[in-house]
Design a protein around this ligand. Structure first.
Ligand code: TMP
Ligand code: ASP
Length: 259
């Protein structure tokens, strides 16, 4: 068996060279970090669950015409995606005040926002991904104005779709993070959705109790993070064929055997 080439290792994923030019394999790890990797840990089974959740959401978004890098899931922890040039901007979409917005502006967590708020952070770990304005993005050429129009329009459509989907399973979509990439075709490039959408990068609260079902359980030492991710997957109707615990047991068996 030939060893495949690792392109990049991030905090929650590893990227490998794909089987054909222009493709990449995304491997989902159980590693979790917070506060720019100051806090490190693992959430058992997270990689398996995020792989499935992200597959499901990207597939549904494809059905409503949102182009993305997703091609297909390969196995429990890997998916095949199109190679893109990542736009160095994290797009944060907010429906309810929480996290850094609440802290920065003194708005109580849980306060519904009068309309959806888009924020942009410049992707730079050394700087701690600072919040930037569209003017900074244009000034420093991180994305063109045309690209930002595509990005913001897609972010709003993604939010409308996801907020409805989660409401249908008793979950409030408080906020989430998106990343986009440039897909090149000759001299041209177009913007497509990239990275992942999972409880790592979303705030998901139970609609009735406001219980947190996302990575804030890890960030804030609330405990029960693995169970929260499983609960989201369960409500989304994933792993219908064999059940979540069976799939996770199989995964940890394989890990032990060193596959
Ligand atoms: P924030 O309130 O900490 O700015 O986070 C807003 C949303 O973005 C929240 O759902 C978590 C997500 N997020 C990431 O996915 N990655 C990050 O590095 C940060 C800071 C936030
Ligand atoms: N994963 C990010 C980090 O470690 C931040 C977060 O999700 O809170 O920087």
């Amino acid at each position: 068996m030939s060893r495949r080439r690792q392109i990049y290792e991030g905090k929650a994923k590893i990227l490998y060279e794909g089987p054909e030019p222009g493709t990449i394999i995304q491997y989902f790890k159980d590693d979790a970090t917070a506060f720019n990797a100051e806090k490190k840990g693992t959430i058992n089974g997270k990689g398996v669950i995020n792989n499935r959740i992200s597959e499901h959401i990207f597939t549904l978004l494809g059905h409503i015409g949102i182009p993305s890098h997703f091609i297909r899931r390969l196995n429990m922890r890997e998916q095949l995606v199109k190679q893109v040039e990542i736009v160095p901007i994290e797009v944060i979409v907010r429906n309810v005040a929480a996290g850094s917005l609440s802290k920065r502006l003194g708005i109580e967590e849980g306060t519904p926002l009068p309309h959806t708020l888009l924020e942009y952070c410049y992707k730079d770990d050394a700087l701690g991904d600072p919040l930037v304005a569209e003017e900074h993005i244009a000034c420093f050429g991180w994305a063109t104005q045309e690209e930002m129009q595509d990005i913001s329009a897609m972010a709003i459509r993604i939010n409308d779709f996801m907020a409805g989907m989660f409401a249908g399973i008793g979950i409030k979509l408080v906020d989430f993070k998106l990343e986009f990439g440039r897909l090149f075709d000759g001299d041209f490039s177009r913007i497509i959705l990239a990275d992942e959408i999972s409880p790592d990068g979303c705030r998901l609260w139970d609609i009735e109790t406001n219980e947190k079902l996302d990575k804030d359980r890890f960030r804030r030492d609330l405990g029960g993070e693995a169970e929260a991710y499983q609960e989201v997957a369960r409500r989304m109707g994933l792993f219908p064929e064999d059940g979540i615990s069976e799939v996770l047991d199989l995964d940890s068996e394989r890990k032990k055997r060193g596959k």
